[in-house]
Structure formats: C-alpha cells, structure tokens
Design a protein around this ligand. Structure first.
Ligand code: G3I
Ligand code: 9MR
Length: 593
C-alpha cells in the first residue's frame, strides 16, 4: 500500500477525532507519520476530506451543471429544492475516478437538464448534503462587474473617492509624474537620472509596480472581451469616475492603463521601457505612504512588441469613440508602428534585471510569439498584407496564453475578425489552430476525475489564471465554430475557480460561500478593513510554493494553496489573472449554446 494512502486514511481518522473533540485548530505537523512540531497552523501531508462541491455562484439555466461528489457506495444523486426539499431532478453518479493532482477519489453528478431558476441542494445517500446553489439568469453578472472594478481599485496615481470606491476610498499615491530614467534605459535624448512623466496605469498585482509585458496581455484580454461581447459591455455600469461619458465603462477603465502605456514609449526612437518600478517591493503600506523613488528600466523587444500589439488593437476599438477622444485612435496606431519598427531594429534585447533593481522581472528570451502577435494585430487593424506575411502564420503554433506566451492571441484576433481579413490570410489555418487547442482541452476534461481540463503542469504560479486562459481560448474557439463542448469545458473551468475544486474555495474575493480573506495585495493588507478588496482572483494552487509560507496543508499540486498574506506564490492577485476572468464571465453570460 503506498505511503500516501496510509497518510490519507490516517489523516482522515485524525481529523475526525479532532472534529469529535470540537477542537477548531490544529497543531503544526509536517507529517502525520513523522510526528508533530508545535505551531498554530495545519500541516498534514495528505488531503483533508471534502464534501460535495459545486460552483458557489451557481449556474445560468442553459449551462452545463456539474458537481463533484466524494467517492462512496451510493451511485445515484438527487437535487432538491432548498426550501421544500422537493426532489426536482435525479440521476446516476459517474464511476469513481481519482484526481491525482489532489489525491481525490470522486464521482461527478451531472444535472445540466435542471433549468428552472431556483435554490437547490445536491443530496447523495450516506453523505452530508451539498451546499446550496442557485440556477438563475445572470449568475455571473455581479462577478463580472466586480472583476472589472478590481482594475479600478488597482489604479495608480489617483485618489479613490467614496462615491466610487465606498469603504475602500483612499488618497492618491504614486503620481509617477517624475520618474527617473534608470541607467539601463538611458539614451542620448534621455540620459540616466533625467525625469519623465508616466502616470496612471494599473498596479500589476499585489505590488505597486507597472510592467509593460504583463500589462500587454491583460489590456489586450479586456479589449478582446469588448470586441467579442460589445452589447454586454455597452449596457454595463461600473460606477467609475468616467461613467456616463458615452463610452462603455470597460473601455473607460482600460483607457486608464492605455494612457500609461503610451507614456512608456520613448518618442525619440519608438522603444518601450520594460517597467516602471521602485528598486524594491514596498512594505504592506497604502499607496499614498509609499514614496520610494520610481524608475523606468530598460527597453526590451518583448515590451515593444506587446505594446505594438495592444496599441494596434486599441486603435481599432477606440476608433469608434473619435468624438470623445479625438485623434486617439490614430495616435495609437502610430505608436504601434513605431514600436514595431524599434523591435525590427532591436530584435533580441531581452530583460536582464539590473543589480540595483529587485522587483518583478517578466523576463522573456523567446520573442517569436510576440513578433507574431504584434504582426497579426497590425495586419487586422491596417489590412496591410505585409504584416500578415511578417507573422509567418504557418510557423505559428497555438497554446494556452500567458504573459510570456502570446502567440495564441494572434489566432484569437484573426478568428474574431475572420470575415474582414484580406485574401492573404489562410482562413482554414485559423479554424484548424483554434479547434486543435480547444479539442485538446475538451479531451483533457473528458479524462479528468473532476471534469476539468487542468493537469498537474497547470498548477504553477497563477494556476487560476491558467484556468481562465484555457476557458478564454475555448470560448474564442466556440465563437468561431460553435462546438457546444467548448462552452461546457469553459464552464467547468469557471466552476473550478468558483468552488468545484479540492479546496472548496471560490477563489474570487467577496464571491461565493468561502473565499480568500487574506490576499497578497498591499491595499487589502494595509487598509485596516477586515478581508480583502472584492473582485480579485487569487493566483491559486501552485506546486512550487516559492513563498515557503507555513500554512500549506499539502504538497499536492491542486492543494498547494493557502489563504494567507504571506503567500505571494498562491494568494497574490494580478491583472493578467483577472482579465481572462472578465472575458470568461461575460462570455458565459452571452454565449448560450
Ligand atoms: O513555466 C515553468 C515550468 O515549465 C516549470 O516546470 C516550473 C517549475 O518551477 O516553473 C515554471 O515557471 C514558473 C513561471 O512563473 C510560470 O509562469 C516559475 O517557476 C515562476 O517563478 C514564475 O513565477 C512568476 C513570478 O512572478 C516570479 O517571477 C509568475 O509567472 C509571474 O506571474 C509573477 O509575477 C509577479 C511579478 O513578478 C511582480 N508582481 C506580481 C506578479 C504576480 O505574482
Ligand atoms: O510582494 C511581492 C510580490 O508582489 C511578488 O509577486 C513576489 C515575487 O516576486 O515577491 C513579493 O515580495 C516578497 C519578496 O519577493 C521576498 N520577501 C517577501 C516579499 C513579500 O512581502
């Protein structure tokens, strides 16, 4: 019998005993087999038992509806109304399978045909009843609004007034009107130590720095959400300072970051600074009290290309709002072309952290994908075939996107604009790339005990972002070829993030029955208000556990999460994880197969 199994059964009996004694805290144990050291945190080497798990925010009537049920003797389930206990649906549980990533033996309950709005509960004989859940139209509307407002809460260089931020009001910080050129970024026109202004933008994450590479994919994903679901966002009201100006609020929010990005381009040569940062990560203090000197550091090829891709995309989106923002669209396209030209002339300038700078790196020495993405966006916006040829489409493969791997964003944009492309574009290739990726994810879902396409290698830093980026790609593929399996696989990924996971967590602050309270997010930690600001997706389970926090309950990939401020490797927030959450929650509202 494998040790892990012994650990598992021992820990179950240990936990039952502790529960029976009514003890609500655990002594620190590195392993139930190797004895305990004293300490206030739970440390066991095998998983704790779980109950029935559902999407804690519920389901839209038309959606796939799955629950995870602990393996047991029962082979059937039923769904009852919460108030009357009336049985409204019944079915067979799937055969038991073990999800190795969490050492969890489970069955799946599929109650997708239950479409009537209401409050329900899943019941399986011999087990505690599952948590309440709802079926209703608009299940993810509030979450979508909050996930975008999280960007508002992460705005740099501005006070957040009570009228738009409520209890989270705060004075302005990080004006960024006097930012120093770091020696690594010096040029004849802008020598080291000279000052530039690059205000606004979003803080990257739980820290207060601003990084072009990560801003690139994040800003793009929000623009992609707008391009995909314009009607949804046109009717949305976010209660941000610009609300009511005639521009959809999502675009108002995104413009805050685009303004900053534009200021990160050196007008003398078109190059783009890699990041705007203090030398070290600040303490957990509010923005206004963090007055450390800020620098722009290096110009890199990746920054120039991500910038070019975003500005080309933004140019076509904001072109529709010429009366509100005269000249903006044209200015963005010029900025994109200048950055592209700089990258052509400087194709291999990779980020190398200067010795006096210690903040995030976002270093990437494989930039073929950034070239392809920038070329594709410039092609779509200009319809100039030279950019399509520069993309070299036959050589561009597809994968789930991340801040470092952006080639798929080219395919997503080409797919969205497929009917407006010039004859130069290979439309068959666009279909085949998206279907290849989506079909692969559907196959992983089908093989998974949890019915979700996540596998062990996905549980790295930002795994919840990986989950949402998988769902983003599935929804992009669905919009092209309308395979309903793609939407179901995307729904499963949102379910995972909102509670159908081994930890029974809804990973978005403020949403669900059990959500993170101690995000690694400086304003959340320093504002003196209990809990974290709402609408932020935690990074999620990360087998690397690089923060070495003491609170992890397991080393298993899908259980490597701890809701503790110390856990920057599993419990930080980041704009590139919230952005696909925005896309996916809108998509699952709008796309009803
Ligand atoms: O991709 C490899 C994988 O192939 C390998 O098996 C695995 C083994 O450890 O590592 C994987 O790489 C990891 C990478 O994230 C995956 O994206 C690295 O180990 C890990 O160190 C890296 O973490 C990055 C982290 O910064 C540390 O540099 C995250 O991607 C990135 O999202 C995060 O970003 C930070 C910024 O630097 C600063 N601001 C906050 C932000 C969010 O935490
Ligand atoms: O707070 C930092 C977080 O935003 C970064 O993502 C993370 C990884 O680069 O680093 C965090 O800062 C930690 C630093 O790396 C090590 N000392 C503890 C810091 C957290 O307070």
């Amino acid at each position: 019998m494998p040790n892990s199994y012994i650990n598992f059964t021992l820990s179950i009996s240990l936990m039952r005993k502790i529960k029976a004694l009514g003890v609500l805290f655990f002594l620190g144990c590195t392993s139930v087999l190797s004895g305990c050291a004293t300490g206030p945190v739970l440390q066991v080497s095998a998983p704790a038992p779980n109950g029935i798990r559902v999407n804690q925010l519920g389901y839209n009537p038309w959606a796939q509806k799955l629950a995870v049920v602990p393996a047991g003797a029962a082979t059937k389930f039923r769904v009852v109304k919460t108030d009357s206990q009336e049985v409204v649906f019944g079915g067979d549980l799937s055969p038991t399978k073990t999800w190795a990533e969490a050492q969890d033996a489970v069955r799946l309950a599929d109650f997708s045909p239950l479409r009537a709005p209401g409050n329900y509960r899943l019941v399986v004989d011999g087990q505690p009843a599952g948590p309440d859940f709802t079926v209703r139209v608009g299940a993810y509307d509030d979450l979508n609004t909050a996930a975008i407002r999280a960007f508002y809460f992460n705005r740099a260089s501005t006070a957040l007034p009570e009228s738009t931020a409520g209890v989270y009001q705060r004075p302005a910080g990080h004006a960024d009107t006097q930012v120093k050129i770091h020696s690594s970024a010096a040029s004849s026109g802008r020598p080291a130590g000279s000052l530039i202004a690059a205000p606004k933008g979003w803080y990257d994450a739980g820290d207060y720095n601003k990084y072009i590479v990560n801003s690139g994919i994040s800003t793009y994903t929000l623009l992609a959400a707008y391009e995909s679901f314009p009607a949804y966002f046109k009717q949305q009201h976010l209660n941000i300072p610009e609300s009511g100006n005639g521009v959809p609020d999502l675009l108002n929010e995104v413009k805050w970051n685009l303004d900053w990005m534009l200021a990160m381009q050196d007008p003398n040569d078109g190059g783009v600074y890699h990041k705007l940062t203090s030398q070290r990560f600040s303490a957990f203090a509010m923005p206004a009290t963090d007055t450390a000197e800020r620098y722009v550091v290096m110009k890199t090829t990746a920054a120039a290309l991500d910038f070019a891709a975003v500005m080309a995309t933004a140019s076509r989106v904001y072109g529709a709002y010429e009366t509100v923002y005269p000249g903006l669209s044209a200015r963005m396209l010029t900025a994109a072309k200048n950055a592209w030209a700089w990258a052509q002339a400087n194709p291999r300038v990779f980020y190398k952290q200067p010795t006096d700078i210690h903040t995030g790196e976002y270093s990437d020495s494989e930039v073929a994908d950034e070239f392809a993405w920038a070329a594709a966006e410039l092609y779509i916006t200009t319809r100039d075939d030279r950019y399509y040829l520069a993309m070299d489409a036959p050589r561009v493969t597809i994968d789930v996107p991340s801040w470092a791997v952006v080639k798929s964003l080219a395919w997503v944009s080409l797919a969205r604009h497929i009917n407006a492309l010039t004859p130069a574009a290979d439309k068959k290739l666009i279909h085949s790339r998206l279907n290849e990726l989506a079909a692969g994810l559907v196959a992983k879902k089908a093989a998974s005990a949890y019915g979700v396409s996540l596998v062990a290698s996905d549980f790295e830093w930002g795994s919840n972002g990986n989950a949402m980026n998988q769902a983003f790609m599935l929804l992009a593929a669905y919009q092209l070829d309308h395979d309903a399996e793609y939407v179901r696989a995307a729904q499963s990924l949102l379910d995972y993030v909102l509670g159908r996971n081994p930890l029974d967590y809804s990973f978005v602050s403020g949403f669900g029955r059990k959500f993170p309270q101690h995000l690694h997010h400086r304003p959340s930690g320093a504002d003196g208000i209990a809990g974290s600001l709402p609408g932020f997706l935690a990074g999620g389970a990360n087998a690397g556990q690089q923060d070495k926090c003491s609170g992890y309950s397991s080393r298993l990939p899908a259980r490597s999460y701890v809701d503790d401020e110390c856990s920057f490797a599993s419990n930080e927030v980041a704009i590139n994880w919230n952005a696909p959450l925005v896309y996916v929650t809108a998509g699952l509202q709008v796309l009803a197969p």
